[in-house]
Design a protein around this ligand. Structure first.
Ligand SMILES: Nc1ncnc2c1ncn2[C@@H]1O[C@H](COP(=O)(O)OP(=O)(O)OP(=O)(O)O)[C@@H](O)[C@H]1O
Ligand SMILES: [Mg+2]
Length: 315
């Protein structure tokens, strides 16, 4: 879907991006991760031609982006940035409706689309549509930024540290929302962050960048299991990589399922199938037990998870 071939960008003597090759498949979330100044934003902005490249090729569905009219190109690529870039003197509805407006959608369809997106992003069409950006919290403004990027139903989403300015709890909430929306819409996404946990959580594949180059490009699990260099190992953090590996798997994947659902003992702490193994281990440590029941949404016990199963996740 998106192919970068030998892409380089220089600013004077600085080589911001240094001959990178990267293929992003249709529907995947590719996360560019790396420390400040390694060339993540520059890479993203060459994809939608906000920046011209110095050399190399960028193909979208086989077509070089330089052969596509920049306006048309950007209408097909939603772009979300940390500072949201919302127009301060426009209402939320008008901000979200920007691209549908440019696409000359009839007013009714535009309004429907705005309401649909507000709802999708957990905002309230009744109260939030008429607000101005300064009347929103950081998290709400960020949601509006994502809604605006989705409004014209682009095939591609480019997101540059969209949740970077938010507190940890709001950030995690928006990451969950993003995973949910991604399941529903399946947009080809290039997501930039310097937060490795965010990368591990959201990515289909991660491209680790350092000094304008891609050091490793693989699935979160593969990168955790086999970091390509000491640089990647440090980025992952040696202290808790076992926990990070546990965080990638869910209880549902390893639990021993009962042949029939049972009634749980009255005072047990239970896990859900969707909980990560990291959550399961934490619960076992907290409860000081070696196994925990897994409960269904309806509250019946559908299986158990044992501590040994968690400790065997690496091989
Ligand atoms: N317009 C510009 N003029 C000159 N140098 C630039 C320009 N934009 C970026 N650079 C340089 O290119 C390099 C890569 O910058 P880039 O913004 O892509 O980094 P980044 O990985 O997005 O960093 P951060 O995590 O801090 O956002 C840096 O050395 C930066 O100083
Ligand atoms: Mg940047």
């Amino acid at each position: 879907m998106i192919e970068l071939k030998g892409i380089t960008r220089r600013f004077g003597k600085t080589v911001a991006v240094d001959g990178i090759d990267l293929t992003i498949e249709t529907g995947e979330v590719c996360v560019l991760v790396g420390s400040s100044g390694c060339g993540k934003s520059t890479t993203l902005r060459m994809i939608n031609r906000l920046l011209p490249r110095s050399s190399g090729e960028i193909l979208v569905d086989g077509e070089d982006v330089n052969d596509i009219d920049p306006q048309a190109l950007r209408l097909n690529m939603g772009y979300v940035i940390q500072s949201t870039g919302l127009f301060p003197h426009w209402t939320v509805a008008r901000n979200i409706g920007l691209v549908p407006d440019l696409l000359k959608w009839p007013a009714r369809r535009r309004e429907q689309r705005v309401n649909e997106l507000l709802t999708l992003l957990g905002l309230d069409p009744e109260t939030d549509a008429a607000r101005f950006p300064h009347q929103l919290s950081g998290g709400q403004a960020q949601r509006v930024g994502v809604a605006r990027a989705l409004a014209g139903d682009p095939n591609i989403l480019l997101m540059d540290e969209p949740f970077g300015a938010l507190d940890a709890i709001t950030r995690e909430l928006l990451q969950q929302e993003m995973l949910r929306i991604q399941k529903q819409l399946n947009k080809t996404t290039v997501f930039v962050t310097h937060d490795i946990d965010e990368a591990l959580r959201l990515a289909t594949r991660i491209a680790v960048m350092d000094q304008g180059q891609i050091i490793q490009h693989d699935t979160p699990e593969a990168i955790l299991r086999q970091p390509a260099s000491a640089f990647v190992e440090n980025l992952l953090g040696r202290g808790d990589r076992g926990l990070k590996l546990l965080a990638l798997r869910t209880v549902g994947e390893v639990m021993e399922r009962h042949p029939e659902p049972r009634r749980p003992a009255s005072d047990t702490t239970g896990l859900n199938e969707a909980d990560s193994l990291r959550v399961a281990l934490s619960a076992m440590v907290w409860e000081n037990v070696t196994q925990l029941p897994v409960l269904s949404k309806a509250g019946s016990e559908v299986g158990i998870v044992k501590r040994e199963q968690l400790l065997q996740v690496r091989p």
